[in-house]
Design a protein around this ligand. Structure first.
Ligand code: FES
Ligand SMILES: [Fe+2]
Length: 344
């Protein structure tokens, strides 16, 4: 169950793009202190938040154009982490005056940061992001005081909705129907179909299939900590494994990007993406509010789980519903071990 350390060679969401501006914003990600800001042209910059002289956080200094000046003795760094001024030293600038700079990218309303030492890979592809027929909520952000893998466990667990999300995602069959598990190269999918039952409260106003419908819960997690939770609804009798979706299928995909702060805290970024009503701002606002309520229900449970597990005095046990999460944790541990062996 325990997983020590983090996958480092990965893109993580550091913040919502709109939350990063021409102010110095300190964040802790994967237990590293980082300062985020935008330069004079709006370009996003992420630097190690520690001056190489006495390690004063640069976020306590001054932003000057696209450079940041240390608030202790004025060492000044550009967006690449190079020192461009050392006022107390004169010329030349000391060679060791340099901070780490992290690759960053604005995409999907979020600011992504590459935390690895290797060359950056690809950011997750989100199909239909630019498809004008799809609608979406604004990006959400939440702080959760728990280890990030408890959030991932939760996002690979379609059963908890029956107890945690009674007024939103719960519905007949979310407690007892069997789960399918599929392994991907870089992830795990836990899913199930629930046939001919009423839709849960969150989705009912969006559907026009009559009293009952077929529903698929598709809970997918990809390394290091991205969860793609898709809800599929069809008319009763039209859904089922291996069958193509009918034209009137309703899809809502909750994209969840979890970024570890440290072993006890996580950042949770998300948005919801649906294949209908692209311009319905009222619906987007309602979905944003509904999902925010539900994710706060998760937050309350997960923070208590984290403390319960951390301070446990008696053994814990697993249930059948944990099988997908256990396989995902095994993949995380393998990736962390592989990164450690390359470094060693
Ligand atoms: S601590 Fe930054 S210049 Fe001295
Ligand atoms: Fe949940």
């Amino acid at each position: 169950m325990d997983s020590k350390g983090f996958v480092r060679n990965a893109w993580y969401v550091a913040a919502r793009s709109a939350d990063v501006d021409q102010r110095l914003m300190p964040v802790r990600l994967l237990d590293e202190a980082i300062v985020l800001f935008r330069g004079a042209k709006g370009e996003a910059i992420a630097l190690e938040d520690a001056c190489p002289h006495r390690k004063l956080p640069l976020s306590r200094g001054n932003l000057k154009g696209s450079t940041v000046e240390c608030g202790y003795h004025g060492l000044t760094f550009d967006g690449t982490g190079a020192c461009v001024a050392a006022p107390t030293q004169g010329d030349p600038i000391p060679k060791r005056a340099r901070v780490r700079s992290y690759p960053v990218e604005d995409r999907y309303g979020f600011l992504w940061i590459w935390m690895g030492d290797g060359p950056p890979g690809e950011i997750l592809d989100i199909p239909n992001f630019d498809n004008p027929a799809w609608g979406r909520t604004k990006p959400g952000a939440l702080d959760i005081d728990c280890h990030y893998l408890y959030v991932i466990d939760n996002l690979l667990d379609p059963s908890h909705v029956a107890w945690v999300h009674v007024t939103s995602f719960a519905g007949a069959g979310t407690d007892t129907r069997p789960l399918d598990i599929e392994e991907l190269d870089d992830g795990v999918v836990v899913s199930r179909w629930i046939f001919a039952e009423p839709a849960p409260p969150y989705y009912r106003p969006m559907l026009s299939f009559g009293d009952n419908c077929d529903r698929k819960q598709h809970y997918e997690c990809r390394l290091p900590s991205t969860a793609i939770n898709m809800s599929v609804y069809t008319g009763a009798g039209a859904g089922g494994p291996g069958r193509p979706y009918p034209d009137d299928v309703f899809l809502n995909i909750s994209y969840n990007f979890i970024t570890p702060v440290d072993a006890d805290r996580s950042l949770y970024f998300w948005f919801q993406h649906r294949n209908s009503d692209p311009d319905n701002a009222e619906l987007s606002a309602r979905m944003f509010a509904g999902a925010t309520t539900a994710f706060n229900e998760d937050k309350a449970v997960l923070e208590a789980v984290h403390l319960g597990m951390k301070h446990r005095r008696t053994p814990y046990m697993n249930l059948g519903l944990d099988a997908g999460a256990m396989r995902f944790r095994a993949k995380v541990n393998k990736r962390i071990a592989a990164e450690a062996s390359v470094e060693a």
